[in-house]
Write a protein that binds this ligand. Structure first.
Ligand code: GBH
Length: 480
């Protein structure tokens, strides 16, 4: 029999995030995060909804764990709500034991069910008080100290029980969507049509810089005081999709492809693995991109035990002529769904930005592996919405063949990246365990392998894809 492409200890499971699933925004002492505040601003969320109830997971962790067992998951990636644990957020603010205990209990229950917890410390839901008090992510001195303090509180409470830590989910989103397009909390933009606050020619780069340093500070805290006795690993999760040139015969488009990945991923990846920002970014942004002090870069360089990879889709890239706009954040290029020949990169989904292209997953893993010297990779999110899914009757919706195909394609590409390209990928978390609050898109877009009936007491109904993933891995992994 040929060797199976994935080892028997390959860690696979499902991912979620606190604000997207928990609900219970005021229970047991939790205070607002910037997302609670943002959802109250008219026009920000497509269906005018919020995470106030969501999947009600705060009261239903036992149901979520039952789902994970039904799906045969080995691991569960979830995030912590900082404002449950330290409601006001700061290093001199009180810790909320009830909030902390909710997560300690969840970790214990997962272990009892034989499921490995993987914890994201920060999936965008900054305590609102820190934004009010000192400008949140824009304030390096305060934020770095408060984030490190929060991380230490968590490591102390459950470090002995958790082996996989993620400092941040997708700092690109916090920086660009939060401080440039204004699509995400706290909604800064310099787009004057949107009664703007903020300066998107500068703020996103400051926020990204501060997030990197705070990540470095939390990793140092973990390595100095916890790692040896607790034996876990810590890293950051970066989002990034694959790119193909709009015109493969135009060297400018080919070059723009690398530039796109540099602006999206290497902005964070290069300082962590190579100790500096990409040259293409420095060239375009000049002194609007902050400089690291020696002390800062010492904190950031080498600060990943593993690379957390969120990946969904691909685009075609066409370079733009002429100088970049001061507000440009992508590398002076266009992102397109069709190439010069009019071919589509992949089929449509419910998300305008998401067209599946599994080959791109394998290519990006190899690209990153080459650039960063073969790091250990855990895929921390991958999944899809399905066009029109929300409008289907339940019995049809549960037969989500499109999503099953997506997972077959992407997990197959991952197996090839490992077995044929030598990429050191060791885990995979599908997004998501269940339908949930899809940020600015509200509840209209579903990413779950489980249907959540928002009008029927948040009842969970597994879709076909919930079972498909176990079957796919079963076919790819070495047996005992
Ligand atoms: C993930 O981000 C998130 O981590 C997760 O919380 C979310 O539910 C999941 O995706 C599904 O969306 O409209 O042009 O501004 C994925 C990366 C980056 C994808 C920003 C959507 C918006 C592009 N996201 N992107 S645009």
């Amino acid at each position: 029999m040929p060797k199976a492409p994935l080892p028997k200890d390959f860690l696979w499971g499902f991912a979620t995030a606190s604000y997207q699933i928990e609900g219970a925004p005021h229970e047991d002492g939790r205070a607002d995060s910037i997302w609670d505040v943002f959802c109250r601003i008219p026009g920000k969320i497509a269906d005018a909804s919020s995470g106030d109830v969501a999947c009600d997971s705060y009261h239903r962790t036992h149901e979520d764990i039952a789902l994970l067992k039904e799906c045969k998951a080995k691991a569960y990636r979830f995030s912590l709500s900082w404002s449950r644990i330290i409601p006001l957020g700061g290093r001199n603010d009180p810790v909320n034991e009830k909030g902390l205990q909710y997560y300690v209990q969840l970790v214990d229950d997962l272990h009892a069910a034989g499921i490995e917890p993987m914890i994201t410390l920060f999936h965008w839901d900054l305590p609102a008080e820190l934004d009010r008090r000192y400008g949140g992510l824009l304030n390096k001195e305060e934020f770095v100290k408060d984030y490190e303090n929060y991380a230490r509180v968590v490591f102390k409470a459950m470090g002995s029980k958790v082996k996989y830590w993620i400092t941040y989910n997708e700092p690109w989103c916090s920086s660009i969507l939060g401080y440039s397009t204004g699509l995400f909390a706290p909604g800064h933009t310099s787009d004057r049509t949107k009664s703007a606050i903020g300066d998107s020619s500068r703020e996103p780069w400051i926020v990204g810089h501060n997030l990197l340093i705070a990540h470095g500070a939390a990793v140092k805290a973990y390595r100095d005081d916890f790692k040896e006795k607790d034996g876990g690993q810590i890293g950051i999760t970066l989002n990034g999709d694959w790119v193909e040139p709009w015109d493969a015969d135009d060297p400018a488009d080919v070059e723009a492809c690398d530039r796109k990945i540099e602006f999206a991923i290497c902005w964070f990846g290069d300082p962590i693995y190579l100790g500096k920002y990409p040259d293409s970014m420095r060239k375009q942004l000049g002194d609007r991109l902050p400089q690291f002090t020696e002390e800062e870069i010492a904190l950031v360089k080498g600060s990943n035990d593993f690379y957390g990879m969120n990946h969904y889709c691909a685009n075609y890239i066409k370079h733009k002529d002429g100088p970049a706009e001061p507000e440009d954040f992508a590398g002076n290029l266009e992102m397109l769904m069709e190439n010069k020949a009019g071919e589509s990169i992949g089929p449509e989904t419910q998300s305008v930005w998401l067209r599946p292209y599994p080959t791109g997953f394998r290519k990006l893993m190899k690209w990153l592996s080459d650039r960063y010297g073969g790091p250990v990779i855990y895929v921390t999110e991958n999944g899809t919405s399905v066009k029109g899914e929300n409008d289907l009757p339940l019995d049809e919706l549960l037969q989500d063949d499109f999503r099953c195909e997506y997972f077959r394609g992407y997990i197959g590409a991952l197996a090839d990246a490992r077995s044929k390209d030598g990429v050191d990928v060791r885990g995979y978390m599908a997004w998501s365990l269940m339908d949930n609050f899809e940020w600015a898109e509200g509840y209209e877009t579903r990413f779950g392998v489980t249907y959540v009936d928002y009008n029927g007491g948040q009842k969970r109904h597994p879709k076909k894809s919930a079972k498909a993933i176990a079957d796919i891995f079963d076919g790819l992994m070495e047996k005992e």
